[in-house]
Design a binder for this molecule. Structure first.
Ligand code: UD1
Length: 422
């Protein structure tokens, strides 16, 4: 397994291009299953999770071609040959469950493996199931698979989710586009990736209103047609690289970044003493005078502070002046990066869903292990600020969500290299 070697070398400056959003692309790709006509996505990120979704769609009979070095995905679901999402693929990536709603709506049946355990928490699918059942689906669990049927077609309904789950919102909205009548989804998630999905579905002929708010209304139509859609910028990649000048000092321009994608995160950074300004090409972030000040963070559904930036923010807080408290409210086991950061000299105490971080003057390089996608990049950020060498192993987690991380960081002057396994 490859590892990444980082050597802290002071302030970093330059430009970093932000890719299309992994999490948007992973819900836009299954939307192809809703129509017989082609769906083309531009600005797709080059990531292993996108390859996994490609494999899954191909296993269902969809055609997926990766063009222009992977930035364009040309898909067609004209002739679907299967309605089963196999455990071998689903266990690699939870977002595989996003084929459930579209298959059920288009084919009247779907069999999707439950994703099983995940490093950052249990992540069940009860909210997806409840929403689809409200639309008239019959769903049962057999041999680890959800068997869903709606042979007479789905029917619009009013449904309120118990929690604003991102994936459940996406599955229910996609399913409702082809249901008979009107669906009103209450307590829906408001993430920008959902807005992006709805924009694409609308181009395909869906009738939807209210995306980006807690109530989404979908008027079912008989069929959806083809479309071309540009994937929205990745706000998590954006937030991660905004932390580069915050933790190392310097000034970095994030090309394609927009403040509206990371409002709550950006205001925490500003509170900590980081400067952020919008430019014609994106966002400019800088820290020039001394270390940042500690701030407290609570993760919440959008527009709150994103759980997917909690690990990276913790790395910054390890180097801040003062004590900060980070509370994780979305996932029950998302502090696995803490003991790795402690190996680098950080002072962190974890109690349940809360971590108390006391800033230290200087992190020290160490061999550390990536435990999940966002944890792995938090260790790289810490390595950039540390004295000496940090080796991050198990970087396959990183390949799931960050394209060209080494090249992007080298571009702003970081000393970083990928060490190939023997
Ligand atoms: C998506 C993102 C992920 C992000 C998360 C929260 C994708 C591909 N992934 O994941 O990066 O961290 O949103 O912003 O978009 N839950 C249930 N029952 C369900 C569904 C979820 O209890 O049926 C719980 C989960 O265990 C978790 C919480 O709800 O504790 C949030 O999950 P959800 O919003 O569904 O996240 P995902 O869509 O899986």
């Amino acid at each position: 397994m490859d590892s990444i070697l980082v050597t802290g070398n002071g302030p970093l400056s330059g430009q970093i291009p932000i890719a299309g959003a992994k999490n948007a692309c992973l819900t836009l790709m299954p939307a192809t299953l809703l129509s017989e006509d082609p769906l083309t996505l531009t600005n797709a990120p080059r990531l292993s999770d996108i390859k996994t979704m490609t494999q899954l769609l191909q296993s269902l009979g969809a055609e997926v071609s990766s063009l222009q070095d992977g930035q364009v995905l040309a898909m067609s679901s004209h002739d679907l040959t299967s309605h089963t999402a196999d455990y071998d693929i689903v266990r690699k990536m939870r977002a595989s469950n996003l084929v459930l709603g579209p298959m059920l709506a288009r084919l009247g049946q779907a069999v999707v493996s439950l994703p099983g355990g995940c490093a950052i928490g249990a992540r069940p699918m009860d909210l997806h199931v409840e929403g689809l059942e409200a639309l008239g689906a019959e769903i049962e669990l057999k041999d680890g698979y959800l068997h869903a049927k709606a042979l007479g077609g789905l029917k619009g309904a009013v449904h309120e989710m118990r929690f604003a789950s991102v994936g459940a919102t996406e599955n229910i909205v996609m399913a409702a586009t082809l249901a008979k009548g009107t669906t009103v989804l209450k307590n829906a998630a408001r993430e920008p990736e959902i807005v992006d999905l709805v924009n694409c579905l609308r181009k395909m002929g869906a009738q939807i209103a209210g995306e980006g708010t807690s109530t989404i209304e979908i008027q079912g139509v008989d069929r959806l047609h083809g479309a071309t859609h540009q994937v929205v910028s990745d706000r998590i990649e954006l937030g991660t690289y905004m932390l580069v000048p915050a933790i190392c000092g310097g000034e970095v321009e994030l090309l394609g970044g927009r403040k509206s994608l990371v409002e709550s995160f950006a205001s925490k950074l500003e509170e900590a003493g980081v400067s952020i300004s919008e430019t014609a090409k994106g966002l400019k972030v800088s820290r020039k005078n001394g270390p940042v000040t500690s701030v407290d963070v609570i993760t919440e559904p959008f527009p709150g502070f994103p759980t997917d930036l909690q690990a990276q923010m913790m790395a910054l807080m390890c180097t801040a002046q003062g004590v900060s408290v980070l509370e994780e409210r979305i996932f029950e086991n998302r502090f696995m990066h803490a003991p790795e950061l402690v190996r680098m000299g950080a002072q962190i105490e974890v109690h349940g869903g809360t971590a108390k971080v006391t800033g230290v003057d200087q992190l020290k390089g160490a061999p550390v292990m990536a435990t999940d996608l966002r944890a792995s990049v938090s260790l790289i950020l810490a390595g950039l600020a540390a004295e000496g060498e940090t080796t991050v192993s198990r970087v396959y987690h990183l390949d799931r969500g960050y394209e060209h991380v080494v090249g992007k960081l080298e571009g702003v002057g970081a000393k970083i290299e990928r060490i190939k396994s023997q």
